[in-house]
Write a protein that binds this ligand. Structure first.
Ligand code: SF4
Length: 715
């Protein structure tokens, strides 16, 4: 039976809300398939506003992978702003997809990509609007499976109650396997009902189904054991890993937004995984091993993607793009190919020690210089050794000198505050580093209009990293250090105007910390905060720390634990962590040893990148029976003759009708501020410092996918 579009009900309301154009769909390269022509239907959700969610690589990749499969239909849905939420409740309009404006509850699967845990309350809003019971245990045959993916899915325990399943790791192959299992379950007469399907997904689809596992707690509040509650499911659920990226050249037809979004470029993920070993970086740890996309596939994807979209900027994305073994050749060949056109190249974030003169030249060859962001992360060599950044202050000065000498007038520097063992001095030193950067720029160029922006986020310890045992720094200390740094920067009259300073207060990081390392008991906190009005917690104008404090006090007190227990408490080695039964491939003892190496009172020991040194046995490669895939291969991008990208299509394709009246209704409203988490790691925006955890939100998803893999990762 065809499913009715809700658009006739929605359209009259659009003139009443901010940015109505975000709800109309009809983007270039979007797809609306015949409902009855598909036997498995996915609604893919990014739990944030359209302007943040549309560019997400994970969603775009899975949308295309699924729609390319025979008999499969995939549409997208994003979080609606509170103004439309209120009207939808008043007019009884359910959560809908922007493609066909079909009710989300009509689909077989609602796949939600979490790049950051601050999107959890938006999941509850979407479920509630959709008419899907919040608790998975209350769902019936008419409800879709609610599956989570993205980096946050590596510890889905705080939202376990709301999920039917979670998919860890890369999503491209996983979604097709899940689709097959759903199809055969349907064709077989739905044996075992909903539980039968979940059991099939848990046994044969690599899906973690929380309800099939029991958690036992000790008298001190810590977890004693997590074990299967039913026979036949694995004790430990492993992540999915796509080993050959060249076999998955997605996206080929990137979505072109109809409203302003945080990134407007064609992004190609040039490799996945990272072995630099930064101890704070969850994205780097959970996406190992390194898998490079070949230079020839990258060249083909750029040509195809530009022709299909009309974009004039190509983002070469990964967690650390300048680390691709042939990054110079990629940059040279693309600059050759597009010389004389208006096509520019960008690296969303670049390691300090990987940037070089060739890259500087090629990134600016056609005259446009997009923003350059470097992430020293810590203010002193000592704290950078603790986090294993393997970058010295001299490396940074050398690199920014190259950038300024190559024509850039401004660089952005990203730091974190609240790192393990951090002192006031480590943070105040950021001011000295910024002054040296300006001095280097003035010296390299002989000019005085050199600028640098210092952007600082609060550090949040993340699961599956060596810092997963760390005590999170309390927000009062973070705020005091940042205030002191601001005072130092403002007091320096010779440099104050040349240095921009962006930061957030430490309180959102505490909530992110609760949600990142929480267990199943945190679901009650999320529910209480949501019922108290929590929405869009990654947006500073929506976030309320007091609301979360109230929710935590109410929900946790009966259990004898509190917010501090989850955040500012250091964990001992023997404590069972909520995510210990979820396998990112990393050896727990290796992580522990790396943690001890970080906090060694005699000075932190550093670990080099295993791409270029002997294996240091983190466990990932043997766990997957594979090895790091890095070049150089010696291949070059063809053709080398300049190619002029096709002009963008003027109207949506034949498969993507724009709902009647949509354009008329879609009068862009006064701009919405970009959420803290939104600009994320890629390039911290000029207005907003980016919280540590948020960085992973916007960068292209290594893993582009977890079910919709979330991460425009940390790059
Ligand atoms: S197993 Fe060895 S080579 Fe593989 S990612 Fe870990 S340290 Fe590197």
């Amino acid at each position: 039976m065809p499913v009715q579009s809700v658009y006739p009900l929605l359209e009259p309301l659009l003139p009443l809300v901010r940015k109505p154009v975000q709800y109309v769909g009809g983007e270039l390269n979007s797809v609306v398939k015949d409902w009855d022509g598909a036997d498995v239907r996915w609604a893919l959700m990014y739990p944030d506003a359209y302007e943040v969610g549309l560019p997400n690589q994970g969603i775009q990749i899975l949308y295309e992978v699924l729609n390319d499969a025979a008999g499969v239909l995939a549409e997208r849905t994003y979080s609606v702003w509170p103004d439309l939420e209120g009207l939808m409740r008043e007019h009884r309009i359910p959560q809908f997809t922007v493609d066909g404006h079909r009710p989300v509850r009509s689909f077989d699967v609602l796949g939600v990509s979490f790049a950051t845990e601050l999107g959890y309350t938006n999941l509850l809003t979407a479920l509630d609007l959709a008419g899907i019971p919040l608790s998975a245990a209350d769902r019936g045959p008419g409800d879709p499976l609610v599956l989570a993916g993205g980096h946050a899915a590596f510890n889905p325990e705080p939202i376990a109650e709301f999920l039917d399943g979670a998919v860890l790791g890369d999503g491209e192959q996983a979604v097709l396997r899940i689709t097959e299992l759903i199809r055969s379950w349907k064709q077989g007469g739905r044996p075992g009902g909903r539980d039968g399907l979940l059991m099939s997904l848990a046994r044969d689809g690599g899906v973690y189904v929380p309800r099939f596992y029991e958690v036992a707690y000790g008298a001190d509040g810590a977890i004693v054991k997590v074990a299967p509650a039913v026979p036949g499911v694995p004790w430990s659920v492993a992540k999915h890993t796509v080993m050959d990226l060249d076999a998955w050249p997605y996206p080929a037809k990137p979505l072109v937004p109809v409203a302003e979004t945080v990134h407007e470029r064609f992004s190609v993920e040039i490799f996945r995984g990272c072995t630099r070993g930064c101890r704070f970086c969850q994205a780097g740890m959970i996406t190992r091993p390194v898998r490079e996309r070949s230079i020839t596939t990258i060249g083909d994807m750029v040509a195809t993607g530009l022709a299909a979209s009309g974009y004039s900027e190509v983002g070469l994305l990964s967690l650390s793009s300048a680390d691709h073994s042939e990054i110079n050749e990629i940059a040279v060949d693309l600059a050759d190919r597009y010389e004389g056109t208006n096509t520019s190249l960008s690296l969303p974030s670049t390691r300090v020690d990987a940037f070089n003169v060739t890259l500087a030249d090629e990134l600016s060859r056609n005259g446009r210089r997009s923003g350059l962001t470097f992430a020293p992360e810590g203010g002193t060599d000592r704290i950078r050794a603790v986090i294993n950044k393997m970058v010295t202050e001299e490396d940074l000065i050398r690199t920014v000198t190259t950038a300024y000498a190559s024509g850039w007038r401004q660089v952005k520097l990203y730091f974190m505050c609240g790192l393990p063992t951090e002192t006031d001095e480590d943070v105040l030193a950021i001011g000295r580093v910024a002054r040296r950067v300006i001095e280097a720029g003035r010296k390299a160029t002989g000019r005085h209009d050199i600028r640098c922006t210092v952007s600082i986020g609060g550090f949040v310890p993340k699961p599956h990293t060596p810092f997963q045992w760390a005590a999170q720094c309390d927000h009062q200390t973070v705020d005091a250090r940042l205030r002191a740094l601001g005072g130092v920067l403002r007091a320096d009259r010779a440099y104050a105007k040349a240095i921009g300073f962006r930061y957030h207060d430490g309180r959102p990081s505490i909530v992110e910390g609760l949600l990142s390392r929480g267990d199943r008991r945190v679901a009650a906190v999320i529910l209480a905060a949501w019922r108290d009005g929590a929405r869009f917690d990654g947006w500073s104008e929506c976030f309320s720390f007091e609301r979360w404090e109230r929710a935590a006090a109410t929900a946790l007190a009966p259990r004898g634990i509190d917010l501090a227990w989850y955040t500012t408490r250091e964990r001992p080695y023997g404590e069972v962590l909520p995510w210990d039964h979820l396998d990112a491939g990393l050896d727990r003892d290796w992580l522990w040893q790396d943690w001890l190496a970080a906090i060694d009172p005699a000075g932190a020991a550093e670990v080099d990148d295993c791409r270029w040194t002997p294996c240091f046995e983190c466990g990932v490669c043997p766990a997957m029976d594979t090895e790091i895939q890095a070049g150089p291969t010696g291949a070059r991008m063809l053709p080398l003759t300049p190619v002029t990208p096709a002009a963008p299509a003027a109207s949506p394709g034949p498969e993507t009708p724009v709902p009647a009246g949509a354009r008329a209704a879609a009068v862009p409203a006064p701009g919405t501020a970009v959420p803290a988490g939104a600009r994320s790691a890629a390039i911290p925006g000029p207005e907003t410092a980016v919280p540590a955890g948020a960085r992973s939100a916007a960068i292209p998803a290594p893993g582009a996918a977890g079910i919709p893999a979330g991460a425009e990762s940390a790059a």
